[in-house]
Design a protein around this ligand. Sequence first.
Ligand code: CDP
Ligand code: CDP
Length: 230
Amino acid sequence: HSTPFVITLDGPTASGKGAVAQVLAAHLGFAYLDSGALYRLIALIALRSGWKVNRELSTADEAHLVIWASNLDVSFVGEDIFLGEENVAQDIRDEEVGNMASKIAVCAWLRAALLDRQRAFAQGTGLVADGRDMGSVVFPDAPLKVFLTASAEVRAERRYKQLIAKGFSANMDNLVKDLNDRDARDMAREHAPLKPAQGAYVLDSSDLTLEQTVDVVLKLCAEQVNVPAV
Ligand code: CDP
Ligand code: CDP
């Protein structure tokens, strides 16, 4: 059988990767990988084990991360994300979990431990994968790579609205600070830093609606294979 058609969507926090990826996957009938959710799940486990966001990771901590990743019992069911029997889809969206995820994501062993699990999502006709290193590390041979960005102000605003809509409390000043810290950490790290993959199409969605952004990616897609554009 033929190889699944993989579309990678990487970019900074709140650039719209998840939203765009889900619409695309539904439209194309492709599978969807939310790789950030895997890092967030491990972060949730760490926080529940009593780790604080400002923790300095020791070698023993890194071993813990690898064990949690290898034993991770997760199932993605539509919008729901189950850790064992517990639906944690809402819990992992907390900003504290996002910040912790970005802290532990510097660990090369953890990243390696999650590699096969991510690649296993490439099944059937195709996959839309969103994250930071989908095009650079996890699916380097993907035929379509997109690096989705937007200005920091626009992204903070989007995340603010999204958190409020989901029933979380949010503070714009804290959000801007967290977002800048997280971007800096994601871009500066040694392993799989956030940057456009080789051959990636850089798409700035600051002035685009979600629909317009999806439209651009579908057109790029149609240039690669014969898929119907919206
Ligand atoms: O996955 P990522 O952190 O990159 O962002 P997201 O959670 O998909 O998107 C953040 C919010 O921005 C969501 O509520 C989107 O609906 C919204 N949004 C967007 O994704 N793209 C636009 N062009 C405009 C708004
Ligand atoms: O939704 P948002 O863009 O804020 O975050 P996410 O995609 O859920 O990812 C949370 C954190 O996990 C990021 O800040 C990254 O540090 C890390 N991550 C990563 O290192 N590699 C990925 N492929 C996905 C996420």
